[in-house]
Design a protein around this ligand. Structure first.
Ligand SMILES: Nc1ncnc2c1ncn2[C@@H]1O[C@H](COP(=O)(O)OP(=O)(O)O)[C@@H](O)[C@H]1O
Ligand SMILES: C[C@@](O)(CCOP(=O)(O)OP(=O)(O)O)CC(=O)O
Length: 518
C-alpha cells in the first residue's frame, strides 16, 4: 500500500459536514485524426457525446456512519461494487486498502480505474487540504455511485427483451442507467470512451468533494488553470489504469468538451508511471505546469446538423491496431510521411470547413436555414452543381473532404494491413452517404468494425415538412443485412466537458423505476 503525508500541521478543525457531490463527463467520438493524433504534429476533431458518465458521492454508506470506509457501486452491472479502507497513520500519511470482500466478487474483484482514481486523489487531497480536513471528510465513510448513460453499453438485449425495434426512437423507452444484467467483463461496450468519461467524472467528483478544487474551476475555458489541473489528474490516472499513454483525446474531450485536440508530449507522464509514486504529486499535475503542452481549440458541429452513431457487430482491438499501423509506419517512413502529411492537411481542412459553416450561419441565419432545408432533399453528390450559394458550396466541400479522408484511411489500412475501413464498413457507409441530406461519415477513431458516424442535416423548425435525412439513414441501418447495425446516441447539442451536476437531481434519477438498486 502506498501512503502519503500531509504538508500542514495537525490543527483542531471545525467539522462542517460535506453535502453530496455529483459530477458528469461526456463520452467521445474521434471524427478525424485517428492514429495521426498520437503525434503532436497533428490534431484530431473530437466531438463530445450527449451520453455522459455520472459520479454521485455522499457521506455515510447506506445511510450509516462507516468511518474511513469507501464503497464504490456500479449498479448497472453484476458484482460491480468495490470497498476500500482509507488508512491514516500517526505520522500523517494516508493510504487506500482494498477490503477483503472485494476478492469475493469473482471476476470483478478489482477495478483499477476506480482504485487508482481514489488512491491518487487521496494523495493529492492530503497535499492540498491536509491530514485533519481529509480525515474529517472521510470519517463518516463515503458511498460513491458511478453510472454511465445507456449509449456507453450495447442495448440490444434491452431492446429485444422489450420487443422494441432496433431504432433510435426505441432507445428513449429504455430506463436511464438501465441494468444490463451482465458483468462489466461481459458487457458489449460501444466505444464512446466509458473509461475516460468514468475517470474524468470520478476524479473531478473526488477533487470537488475533498475541496481540492471548487465547482467554479470547472468552466469550459481551456485556459482555466483549475480545469487544466483536473485534465492533468484525469490523464495521469487514466494512463496509469490503462497501462499505456495514448494520445489522451478521450480524457481531453471528457474534460473540455468538443474540440480540435493536439496531444501533450508523453514525456510529461514519464516520472509518474513507475511503481514508485512521487512523494509530492501536485507539482507534476498543477494546471500551471507548462510541460502539459496539449492544445485545445473549442469546436462545434455546424447548426442544423446531427451526429448519428451506430454500434456495429464486432469490436476493434485498438492497441493492436495502433501497434500494427505504427510498425508499418516505421518500416516505410517515406510513404507514411506522405500519407500522414496529406491526411493531416485534409483533416485540418475539414475542421476549417465545418467551422466556416458555423460562421455562415452567424452571418445570415435565414439564408443558412433555407439552404439546409433545400439540401435535406438532395443526395450530397448533387449539392455542388445544385446552387452556387456559399452555404451549399460549403456543405458540398465538407462532404468531399470526408470522402477524401475515408480514402486516406482505407489507404492506411491497406498499407499497414489493418482493417481500418474494411470492405463491410465501406459498403455500409456508401449506402448511408447516398441518402438525402447526409453531410459525411466515416469510421471513428482507430476504425475497424466498432462503429460508424454519420453527420446529417436537420431541417429548420419552420420547415417541418422537409424530408428527414436521419430517417433515411436509419432505414439503411434497419434494413442492413450484412452486419447488425444498432443506433446509438444521436444529437445536435455540442456537449460541454466535465461539469458539476445538482446532486438532488442525480439522486432522483437513481431512484427511478427501471434503475436497479443493489
Ligand atoms: N459503469 C462502469 N463502472 C465501472 N467501471 C466501468 C464502467 N464503465 C466502464 N468501466 C471501466 O472502463 C473499461 C472500458 O473502458 P474503455 O476501454 O474506454 O471502453 P470504451 O471506450 O469502449 O467505452 C471497462 O472494462 C471498465 O473497467
Ligand atoms: C488510434 C487512436 O489515435 C485513436 C483511437 O480512438 P478510438 O475511439 O478507436 O479509441 P478506443 O475507444 O480506445 O477504441 C489512438 C489514440 O489516439 O490514443
Amino acid at each position: 500500500m502506498s501512503s502519503r503525508s500531509s504538508t500542514s500541521n495537525p490543527e483542531p478543525v471545525v467539522v462542517e459536514r460535506a453535502g453530496p457531490t455529483a459530477v458528469s463527463a461526456p463520452g467521445k467520438v474521434l471524427l478525424a485524426g485517428g492514429y495521426l493524433v498520437l503525434d503532436p504534429k497533428y490534431s484530431g476533431i473530437v466531438v463530445s457525446t450527449s451520453a455522459r458518465f455520472y459520479t454521485f458521492i455522499r457521506e455515510r454508506i447506506d445511510g450509516q456512519p462507516a468511518g474511513q470506509k469507501i464503497v464504490v457501486k456500479s449498479p448497472q452491472f453484476l458484482r460491480a461494487s468495490w470497498s476500500y479502507q482509507v488508512v491514516f497513520t500517526k505520522n500523517g500519511t494516508v493510504g487506500l486498502v482494498p477490503s477483503v470482500e472485494n476478492s469475493l466478487l469473482g471476476s470483478e474483484r478489482k477495478n483499477k480505474f476506480v482504485q487508482l482514481a481514489l488512491e491518487r486523489v487521496l494523495f493529492l487531497a492530503i497535499e492540498k487540504v491536509g491530514y485533519q480536513l481529509l480525515k474529517v471528510a472521510t470519517d463518516q465513510g463515503l458511498e460513491i455511485i458511478i453510472v454511465g448513460d445507456n449509449d456507453f453499453y450495447s442495448q440490444r438485449n434491452q431492446l429485444s427483451e422489450r420487443g422494441l425495434p432496433n431504432v433510435i426512437s426505441s432507445l428513449a423507452q429504455i430506463p436511464q442507467f438501465a441494468y444490463t444484467d451482465c458483468s462489466l467483463a461481459d458487457v458489449h461496450k460501444t466505444g464512446l470512451g466509458s473509461s475516460a468519461a468514468l475517470i474524468t467524472s470520478l476524479v473531478t467528483g473526488l477533487l470537488v468533494h475533498f475541496k481540492v478544487i471548487g465547482a467554479a474551476d470547472l468552466t469550459d475555458d481551456p485556459k482555466s488553470v483549475g480545469k487544466a489541473f483536473v485534465h492533468n489528474v484525469a490523464q495521469y490516472v487514466h494512463c496509469l489504469a490503462q497501462g499505456k499513454v495514448g494520445s489522451g483525446f478521450d480524457v481531453s474531450s471528457a474534460t473540455f468538451g468538443s474540440q480540435l485536440y493536439t496531444r501533450f508530449a508523453p514525456e510529461v507522464l514519464q516520472p509518474l508511471m513507475g511503481e514508485q509514486v512521487p512523494t509530492k504529486l501536485q507539482p507534476f499535475l498543477i494546471g500551471t505546469n507548462a510541460s502539459w503542452n496539449q492544445r485545445i481549440q473549442p469546436f462545434k458541429l455546424p447548426p442544423q446538423t446531427s451526429l448519428m452513431l451506430a454500434d456495429v457487430d464486432a469490436g476493434t482491438d485498438t492497441p493492436a491496431a495502433v501497434g500494427r499501423v505504427l510498425s508499418w509506419k516505421k518500416s516505410d517512413p517515406q510513404k507514411a510521411s506522405e500519407l500522414w502529411t496529406q491526411l493531416g492537411a485534409t483533416n485540418d481542412q475539414l475542421a476549417a470547413a465545418l467551422s466556416n459553416l458555423t460562421a455562415l450561419h452567424t452571418k445570415n441565419p435565414a439564408a443558412y436555414a433555407a439552404a439546409v432545408d433545400r439540401l435535406c432533399g438532395q443526395p450530397p453528390k448533387q449539392w455542388a452543381a445544385s446552387s452556387k450559394d456559399e452555404v451549399t458550396q460549403a456543405f458540398a466541400l465538407a462532404n468531399k473532404l470526408t470522402e477524401v479522408i475515408r480514402g486516406y484511411m482505407r489507404e492506411m489500412g491497406r498499407l499497414s494491413q489493418v482493417p481500418i475501413e474494411p470492405a463491410e464498413q465501406t459498403r455500409l457507409l456508401d449506402a448511408c452517404l447516398a441518402q438525402n441530406g447526409v453531410v459525411g461519415g466515416g469510421v471513428p477513431g482507430a476504425g475497424g468494425y466498432d462503429a460508424i458516424w454519420i453527420l446529417t442535416l436537420t431541417a429548420s423548425k419552420a420547415n417541418a415538412a422537409a424530408p428527414s435525412s436521419m430517417s433515411e439513414v436509419e432505414s439503411v441501418w434497419t434494413g442492413w443485412k450484412e452486419m447488425n447495425v444498432s443506433p446509438l446516441s444521436c444529437g445536435e447539442s455540442m456537449e460541454r466537458g466535465v461539469r458539476v451536476e445538482n446532486p438532488e437531481t442525480v439522486l432522483e434519477w437513481l431512484k427511478k423505476p427501471g434503475y436497479v438498486q443493489h
